[in-house]
Design a protein around this ligand. Structure first.
Ligand code: PHE
Ligand code: ZN
Length: 900
């Protein structure tokens, strides 16, 4: 079967402009779940007036039943066009004209959740990246911008609410139980930003004032019964609007801005113009059902989608290779939004620490997910050069590393020049579909307005080169001078063997050993490489001589994680202990702790469980110092006490790894710390266990709970029944999901199988889909170190649970992603049974929802990093998936590259 359909590869270099514009698009939907009629009226004209006559008009379309085509009012016979399974070509359309097309589609058969689909009886669309072509024939590419008018005809009883982009311009009853609404979007947009929603919904709404003083209507739509979960999303939306105005000078440009939540959604949320559609997971939030992390995520995703209104919608992408143009930039913006929200109302020192906490959280994601991607078979530059299936390129590289690349420009330019660059970007490109190069060009202009001698020439390699650069740093300090040598190297990635040096901004400081204070930075030569505290590191090996350093210092490098690189520094263990306690950059304090923990765990791993090494001693020292330091905020301390994730550890180890052994090594250090500092953890816990206090979500309360629950995890890890009872008591007393979940996960992950709390939880929440997801996820993530439970067996049984279905992406992820991507010690079990179960599920999901299947298929991306015995078992299952009949292009690309 393998060669049944050879994969097609698309290349960035092949971009050509379309033959025709479609300046206006009128759509009329007659909504019927099993057979919806879509009638379109497209006004087209040649793209460029120098185009020759008689160029074909090429429209994309998939799985459509074509009824008729009219050109300028005349029905076309089949000789005038060519229909294929990917589209419709009109042979001689003329230089301009009107095309009318009628097709039929089957929304209730659509389990892929791309195009128009039915969820719980309601209609939703998802068009990014190429879903619109499953709705009607169209020029489904982001550089074709069209002004849309949409008419929705639906059954009044079953689908009383019908929404589309823009403004509601007409609404009436049609008789025979039907009603219609008509919507007009004043802004031209590409088809991927089109949306419609129809069904039974209720909304929370508010009117706010736009920048021009005129009112705008904000609405959050949900299915009946869920209005009590929408307050926080509405607040987040209002905060986003204010923040974008204040920090970026960007105004809401619509009279009406709607958010709609659906339980069936492939991704997080979608920024359709004026009609954002969200996974319920990123809208619903109340104390009973959402954890603090859920609240944080709702705020940031609401922000993200709102910020796309400018970075994505007003200025969009020319082609999908430019995806990071909108995603990297918008992630950067949502990260800054969250950081500003976390720091709001705090004094300078506290605000600094709050921002650092957010930065640490973001870097943890980058290291745990993006670094492995950059080191694996799917590695690609943030602006990829090729793809087989664009859906596979909504990656942590395009998004999170993309955001890092924007952040580095922000670091190089500073806030003021960066904002000037944004201004130039919008002046030049508002209303256009552009490229990453256009963005860097705008930033470069802003930079050169202030510093004509500087440029971003070498910086652009970050857009074209994949892989995580490795930076090594060494230094000597003598006679008042510190000579710092930096080297960089980037390992080969698919299709890129050797890479020129990156322009790496290294934010740094020298911390005086005696005082703990930063000393002023002075470069002796090539002084123009230093801008404030940021060093331009641009060569493969570069030496910098700093002067005025009479007293011994410890360099603090890559502060705030100023570049997405792997830093190997010559710090001694003592240096790291010093930095963990005294670095004036909170990020680097945290990172010094992580380095020590990581070294200690790797030692234990290599010494088969022995804990008598120097690094283990250092880890104990670090924790002792942290616990003694009364200046630290709860949020920071919670992060500093947590050990690096298993994924991060596996990646950091240079060699073939056994994830099961790594899990036990990590557990060994955790238990050692837990035993050593049991009393301290108990004290932290007791001081923050404010049972009975009303819950409120705010950054300070959330960080208190975070620290309390980190302490609880240590307590339970080290303890016996008594400590497990602390968790059980917390479960019983909790009035919010954060404490309830923390308690339950400790009980389920450490205690005997099937604790009564698990049943109680299901009983309590079985009508709340998102809570049921949590219930499945908890059980699928019980690690191998819990000897009471056979997690793979549990997962197999849960697959048959009446509440389980692979059709709902959140539910599918709650078991499959949980055990294959968040539970290494079980997934990589030496029997190979984890891989076999993974393959079964990827194969089953492939026919239901290729996009979600392809994400799960990435679970074995890093199989060549496993020890040989595991590699062999993984290989067998990868082959099995590849040999599957009717493998989707989505899954084929992922597995094919893994096996390449
Ligand atoms: N563009 C969406 C976002 O990042 C993500 C998305 C992509 C959603 C594709 C659905 C499909 O905000
Ligand atoms: Zn986005």
């Amino acid at each position: 079967m393998r060669d049944a359909q050879a994969p097609i590869t698309f290349y960035r270099k092949d971009y050509t402009a379309p033959n025709y514009k479609i300046s206006r698009t009128d759509l009329t939907f007659t909504l019927n779940p099993s057979r919806t009629k879509v009638a379109s009226r497209l006004e087209f004209e040649v793209w460029d007036h120098s185009n020759p006559d008689n160029l074909p008009l090429e429209l994309d379309g998939e799985d459509l039943e074509l009824d008729q085509v009219l050109l300028n009012g005349e029905k076309l016979d089949a000789t005038c066009y060519t229909q294929s399974h990917t589209g419709l070509t009109i042979h001689n359309p003329g230089r301009e004209g009107v095309l009318e097309i009628t097709v039929y589609i089957q929304p209730d058969q659509n389990t892929r959740l791309e195009g128009l689909y039915v969820s719980n009886g309601n209609f939703f669309t998802q068009c990014e990246a190429q879903g619109f072509r499953r709705i009607t024939y169209f020029s489904d590419r982001p550089d074709v911008l069209s002004q849309f008018t949409v008419t929705l005809i639906a059954n009044e009883a079953t689908h009383p609410v019908s929404l589309s982009n823009g403004n509601l311009i007409e609404e009436k009853k049609l008789g025979e139980g039907l009603h219609m609404t008509r919507w007009e979007d004043p802004f031209p947009k590409p088809a991927y930003l089109f949306a419609l929603v129809a069904g039974r919904f209720v909304c929370q709404e508010e009117t706010v004032k736009k920048g021009d003083g005129k009112p705008a209507l904000l609405q959050v739509w949900v299915e009946p019964g869920n209005l009590d979960k929408t307050d926080f999303a509405m607040q987040s939306l209002k905060k986003s609007i204010d923040w974008d105005r204040e920090r970026f000078g960007l105004e809401l440009d619509l009279d009406r801005f709607m958010i709609v939540a659906t339980a069936d959604f492939n991704m997080g949320a979608m920024e359709n113009k004026g009609l954002n559609i969200f996974n319920t997971k990123f809208v619903f939030a109340n104390p009973e059902l959402a954890t603090d992390v859920d609240f944080e995520n709702v705020e940031s995703v609401v922000g993200h989608e709102y910020f796309h209104n400018w970075t994505g919608n007003r200025v969009t992408c020319r082609d999908w290779f430019q995806l990071s143009l909108k995603e990297g930039l918008t992630v950067f913006r949502d990260q800054e939004f969250s950081a500003d929200m976390m720091a709001e109302g705090l004094d300078e020192v506290q605000a600094d620490s709050a921002r650092a906490v957010k930065r640490i959280e973001d870097v943890k994601v980058l290291r745990a997910a993006q670094f492995p991607e950059d080191a694996g078979p799917m590695a690609h530059p943030i602006r990829p050069d090729s793809y087989q299936e664009i859906n596979n390129f909504y990656t942590v590289t395009v998004y999170e590393k993309g955001a890092e690349v924007i952040r580095m420009q922000h670091t190089l330019l500073g806030e003021q020049l960066f904002q000037r660059g944004m201004q130039i970007y919008f002046e030049r490109h508002d209303g256009q579909a552009v490229t990453c190069e256009d963005f860097v060009g705008a930033m470069e202009t802003a930079l050169q307005e202030a510093h004509p001698e500087l440029d971003l020439k070498q910086f652009r390699h970050w857009y074209s080169q994949a892989g995580t650069p490795e930076v090594s740093a060494s230094w000597t300090q003598t006679n008042g001078q510190l000579v710092l040598t930096l080297k960089q190297n980037c390992r080969p990635t698919p299709g890129q063997a050797i890479k020129p040096a990156f322009h790496i901004p290294v934010k740094l400081g020298f911390v005086e050993k005696a005082s703990g204070r930063d000393v002023p930075l002075q470069l002796e030569s090539n002084t123009n490489a230093l801008h404030g505290d940021v060093l331009d590191f641009t060569e493969s090996t570069q030496t910098f001589v700093f002067t005025g350093l009479d007293k011994p210092v410890v360099p603090s490098l890559l502060r705030s994680f100023s570049a997405p690189v792997i830093l190997q520094s010559a710090h001694t263990t003592d240096d790291l202990i010093f930095l963990a306690g005294h670095d004036n950059d909170p990020f680097n304090r945290w990172d010094a702790c992580q380095k020590i923990y990581g070294k200690a765990i790797l030692d234990i791993y290599l010494q088969r469980g022995l804990t008598d090494g120097a690094n283990t001693q250092a880890a104990v020292q670090i924790v002792e110092n942290l616990l003694k330091d009364k200046q630290l905020s709860d949020g920071f301390l919670a992060l500093a006490l947590q050990l690096p994730s298993e994924g991060t550890l596996l990646e950091a180890f240079d060699g073939l790894v056994d994830p099961v052994a790594m899990h036990f090594a990590r557990t060994t250090l955790r238990d050692l710390l837990a035993c050593t500092f049991g009393a301290d953890f108990k004290a932290i816990y007791d001081a923050r266990n404010l049972t009975g206090q009303p819950y409120s979500y705010n950054a300070v309360a959330a960080s208190q709970r975070a620290l309390k629950n980190v302490a609880l995890a240590y307590l339970v890890a080290a303890g016996a029944d008594e400590e497990l009872n602390v968790a059980k008591a917390q479960y019983a007393a909790s009035n919010n999901m954060t404490d309830r979940m923390a308690a339950l996960s400790n009980i389920v992950h450490n205690g005997p199988g099937n604790p009564p709390e698990l049943a109680e939880f299901f009983e309590r929440f079985n009508n709340e889909a998102l809570a049921v997801d949590k219930w499945f996820m908890l059980q699928a993530t019980v690690p191998a170190s819990n000897e009471n439970v056979n997690t793979l067996q549990t997962v197999r049984e849960l697959l048959k649970h009446p509440s389980f279905t692979l059709k709902n992406p959140n539910r599918a992820r709650s078991l499959l992603a949980a055990f294959a991507m968040q539970n290494p010690s079980v997934f990589h079990s030496h029997s190979g049974d984890g891989y076999a179960l993974w393959a079964d599920l990827v194969i089953e999901l492939n026919t239901i929802n290729p996009q979600v299947a392809a994400r799960m298929a990435r679970g074995l991306d890093r199989w060549t990093k496993l020890v040989p015995a595991l590699q062999e078992k993984a290989h067998k299952q990868l082959e099995r998936v590849l040999d599957t009949d009717k493998l989707s292009p989505d899954v084929r690309e992922v597995i094919g590259k893994a096996l390449d």
